[in-house]
Design a protein around this ligand. Structure first.
Ligand code: CP
Length: 310
């Protein structure tokens, strides 16, 4: 493991070269082996500091980055927006400059505005890692999804991957589309017309009928219905959404017999995915969570090897 990434920040899959994506996934395999040991910790980033700066709620991403940082022997600080001076009106740039004054090496940032991590990255020397920005990208989620598919299917090339649900508002979907399209996969986007964006930017095939879209799929990636956007008329009711777009055993039968089911979480059980499926042997949802640690270790490790970050 002697190579690094080319830029000091990880802002999106769009900004990564294909060989950088492969390097992250290969490095994550090495870290996954470390995580299987009795002592799950390496001194790779001893003396470095990671700052978790989350302006939106998170369970998986925040805890996974924290654990990944600890497994690499860094010091980790968590920033709680509701108890910070942000609520007194402190602006983003002053918040980030204050944090940088502590000499942090990594800022892991989730923000409700698309582009916020990109803006911050231009004002700090620390490596900025995008942990989800608005409806733009969630790059480490796509990386851990690809890692999980590779583990289960042995490769990405030739696979048919169906992404189902609210593509329009999903940063997870966008990062996945950008990543998967680099590796000769067939990406299908399935959902109601109101939740599928203008496709000029997305190399994918669109299906409004889930029965058509799931035919011969190797991987089914269900997306969270963003309840906070309910009432804006994207679909008539959750009941109807569940009937037409939710994954139930009958719809799962349309995909290949060995198709795996993924979900980035958090899930709305009984709406976009039936509980029986989420908890079944076809589901790799908790494996996605586990793999998030190794992938985030790989990202931080490789960013530390960018010239000037060592
Ligand atoms: N997948 C994901 O981003 O989950 P959290 O919102 O819990 O971090």
């Amino acid at each position: 493991m002697h190579q690094g990434l080319k830029k000091k920040d990880l802002l999106g899959i769009k900004e990564l070269a294909t060989e950088e994506i492969s390097l992250i996934l290969d490095t994550a395999s090495s870290f996954k082996e470390v995580l299987g040991r009795d002592i799950k910790k390496v001194p790779a980033l001893r003396g470095k500091t990671v700052f978790n700066l989350f302006f939106e709620p998170s369970t998986r991403t925040k805890t996974s980055f924290e654990l990944a940082a600890k497994r690499l022997s860094t010091d980790v600080m968590n920033f709680s927006v509701p108890t910070s001076s942000v609520v007194k009106g402190e602006c983003l740039i002053d918040t980030i400059k204050t944090i940088e004054a502590y000499g942090v090496d990594f800022v892991v940032m989730r923000h409700y505005s698309s582009g916020a991590p990109h803006f911050i990255s231009r004002h700090v020397d620390a490596s900025v890692i995008n942990a989800g920005d608005g409806i733009n990208e969630h790059p480490t989620q796509a990386l851990l999804d690809a890692f999980t598919i590779l583990e289960k299917k042995g490769g990405l090339s030739g696979l048919t991957i169906a992404i189902v649900g609210d593509i329009l508002h999903s940063r997870v979907a966008k990062s996945n589309i950008y990543l998967l399209s680099r590796f000769d996969t067939h990406v299908r986007l399935i959902g109601p017309p109101t939740l599928i964006p203008d496709l000029r930017d997305y190399p994918a095939e669109v299906f409004y009928d889930i029965h058509e879209g799931l035919k011969d799929a190797d991987v089914i990636m269900m997306l969270r219905i963003q309840m906070e956007r309910q009432g804006k008329g994207f679909f008539p009711s959750t009941l109807e959404y569940s009937k037409y777009w939710g994954l139930d055993p009958q719809k799962l039968d349309i995909a290949k017999r060995d198709a795996i089911v993924m979900h980035p979480g958090p899930m709305n059980r009984g709406i976009e995915i039936a509980s029986d499926i989420a908890d079944s042997s076809r589901s790799v949802i908790l494996e996605q969570v586990t793999n998030g640690i190794a992938v985030r270790m790989a990202v931080m490790y490789l960013l530390s090897r960018v010239k000037g970050n060592g």
